[in-house]
Write a protein that binds this ligand. Structure first.
Ligand SMILES: Nc1nc2c(ncn2[C@@H]2O[C@H](COP(=O)(O)OP(=O)(O)O)[C@@H](O)[C@H]2O)c(=O)[nH]1
Ligand SMILES: [Mg+2]
Length: 319
């Protein structure tokens, strides 16, 4: 439990307690939560916000900025711990380079991030994409190395300007992630900039017509993604002190992401168990067929060599 959190809530406690369970032989040592989204949508700031909550003061370990191009150029897996001397939690936040509508990382390259092929501190090149020949490419990632929940980070204040080609990329990516049964959520950042009343009082977010409208719009654009998977948040940006409401929104989103990650592991272990059972059933049937063939073969040999078979055949032919 983090002692410096001024009002230790149930949500905070839940987040501290969640750790992957080893199920059905599926050993996952930690959850990996992958952040993806446009340049400047607030991915690195989300990690900083979460880290600040647990550190007990506003920190900015991940470099953030509004340069018009991605300030983040590396794939980084960040641990979170209540102090540098304490054990980190059993989950990591994975921060990436920003997405661009018409160039930048393609959907298949993004899937390498989901599938765990990309190592920590992988340097994205502005010229070339990711291929299996890229330095450090992990050919056969373990279940622990893949993403267990993906968060699409969308800036609420500029959502109306997202070009159609970007939505198309999001949807293609969503289809591929759904096919892998990896849970996907949306982190809707900069709600303070999107709604003036929310800027004044963060609790207004739950009544804001504008935020509700944005949430519904994103749900429609993302093929009916349930609205309870779209989390409005406000990242630490100008603040120098922690704020309870900023913390609460970020923690609510984080707790759901971790719960979805746990659901994914359960689902995966069920699938592997069923696959194992099918293989077992198949191998039992194959064994029975092989035995029958062998018995037939030995019976034939016995009859042939004992002479009876040929005698009987000869007699039968003469008659
Ligand atoms: N007002 C406000 N600014 C934010 C929020 N989240 C991020 N920012 C700012 O947006 C800019 C881009 O954020 P960054 O985290 O670098 O985006 P990234 O490219 O997705 O990693 C930075 O100047 C942040 O301070 C937010 O919730 N509210
Ligand atoms: Mg960044």
């Amino acid at each position: 439990m983090v002692d410096h959190f001024r009002s230790p809530s149930k949500v905070l406690q839940d987040v501290c307690d969640i750790k992957p369970l080893s199920l059905g032989g599926l050993n996952v040592s930690e959850f990996r939560l992958l952040l993806l989204g446009q340049v400047s949508s607030g991915k690195s700031s989300f990690y900083n916000t979460v880290n600040s909550i647990f550190r007990g003061y506003v920190t900015s370990q991940a470099i953030t900025g509004n340069a018009g191009r991605s300030v983040t150029t590396m794939f980084r897996m960040y641990d979170v711990a209540s102090s540098p001397l304490k054990e980190p939690f059993k989950w990591k936040i994975c921060d990436t380079v920003g997405l661009l509508p018409d160039n930048g990382l393609s959907v298949s390259e993004l899937l390498y991030l989901v599938d765990g092929n990309i190592p920590n501190r992988f340097q994205f090149s502005p010229y070339g994409g990711i291929t299996p020949d890229s330095p450090g490419f992990i050919e056969a990632p373990t279940h622990s190395q893949r993403a267990h929940c993906v968060a699409l980070v969308i800036d609420a204040s500029t959502v109306d300007n997202i070009p159609e080609s970007m939505w198309q990329k999001f949807r293609m990516f969503q289809d591929a992630v759904n096919a892998r049964r990896v849970p996907m959520v949306v982190l809707l950042t900069k709600i303070d900039l999107a709604c003036p009343q929310t800027q004044e009082n963060l609790l207004h977010v739950f009544h804001s017509q504008r935020i509700q409208q944005v949430v519904r719009m994103i749900s429609t654009r993302l093929q009916g993604l349930p609205t309870n998977k779209i989390f409005p948040i406000k990242n630490y940006e100008w603040e120098t002190e922690l704020n309870m409401h900023v913390n609460s929104l970020a923690l609510l989103a984080l707790r759901q992401m971790l719960r979805f990650a746990q659901d994914y592991i359960e689902d995966k272990s069920d699938y592997l168990r069923e696959l194992g059972a099918i293989r077992h059933r198949l191998s039992t049937r194959e064994l029975a067929y092989t035995m029958l063939i062998l018995i037939g073969f030995f019976l034939f040999l016995y009859l042939a060599f004992s002479g009876n078979y040929f005698n009987n055949v000869m007699t039968a032919t003469k008659e």
